[in-house]
Design a binder for this molecule. Structure first.
Ligand code: PMP
Length: 276
């Protein structure tokens, strides 16, 4: 397997970075996950714009133009498969461990391509549990510092669920690695963008498809009471797409089957993917 590291395409086994890399020492970096269906990068511009926004949020210069990024990813892709690019940029390798931004060093840039693993929960639905959101106030940046997300996801797994639906007080934010949608009284609702959620690309595509196809939808605060009363709950992400939640905190959601609005949106999403 070939990966990209700081300008070179090398074997994964040969891709090494210093223990002084600030990604390793501090989690001082950002990342992106970009799906590529049969070699075609999905909404690349939106992912690269979010990459830029994440870099701006942590005050790191973008080392490449959009065209350069595309050129970096292309040799990693296999046109016969559904895959995703994982891209990580850290503040680089400093001479010593010091919180302050180091001067005169360049970033570490790493990219690799992996196959999208089939996820059965996408078809049959998953169980989810609600968990108090213990993350910080910069959740809109896709920071590699994922300790809280990992602990939330593992808490969910330990409870026999596949995803944690996070909330700050009474307000639902997002999943441990996904955005959240509900269908309530026939209306599709997802929380508005802000510092408490990652602006998911899948989320934006769903909102666009809902608008273009006459599905009632809005970006609005979701309370825990509304989550519990929802006819349908979905969690969305680039690698799993739109996953119906059929059980929340051991209680069936709706009929306990993937719902009709999910069926409709998933069909729209698959059709849309095929056009790009
Ligand atoms: N929120 C979080 C915390 C995530 O990690 C992710 C991606 N795994 C998402 C939302 C979904 O974003 P996207 O649709 O761009 O993959």
């Amino acid at each position: 397997k070939t990966v990209y590291l700081n300008g070179d395409y090398i074997a994964l086994a040969d891709a090494k970075i210093s223990v002084l890399d600030r990604g390793f020492l501090f989690g001082d970096g950002i990342y992106e996950v970009i799906p590529a269906y049969k070699g075609r990068l999905f909404h690349l511009d939106a992912h690269l714009q979010r990459l830029q926004d994440s870099l701006t949020a942590i005050r790191l210069a973008n080392p490449h133009t959009f065209d350069e990024w595309r050129a970096i990813f292309t040799p990693l892709l296999d046109a016969s498969k559904d895959q995703y690019i994982y891209l990580q940029i850290t503040r680089g390798v400093a001479p010593k461990r010091d919180h302050a931004f180091p001067e005169h060093i360049g970033p570490t840039v790493f990219a690799m391509c992996s196959d999208i693993a089939p996820f059965p929960g996408k078809v049959i639905g998953i169980k989810a549990v609600t968990i108090d959101d213990k993350r910080w106030q910069l959740c809109n940046a896709k920071a590699i510092t994922l300790l809280a997300n990992i602990l939330h996801r593992q808490d969910a797994l330990d409870q026999g669920a596949a995803e944690a639906i996070l909330h700050r007080g009474e307000v639902v934010t997002e999943g441990a690695a996904s955005n959240v949608f509900i269908v309530l009284n026939g209306v599709l609702i997802t929380p508005p963008k802000g510092p408490d959620i990652l602006p998911g690309i899948t989320r934006d595509v769903i909102l666009m498809l809902a608008q273009n196809n006459g599905l009632a939808c809005k970006e609005d605060t979701i309370t825990l009471a509304q989550l519990n009363a929802a006819e349908e709950i979905w969690v969305t992400s680039s690698t799993r797409e739109i996953v119906p939640v059929i059980e929340l905190n051991q209680t069936l959601v709706g009929t306990g089957q993937p719902g009709p609005v999910w069926q409709r949106m998933d069909a729209l999403f698959q059709a849309y993917k095929a056009t790009l």
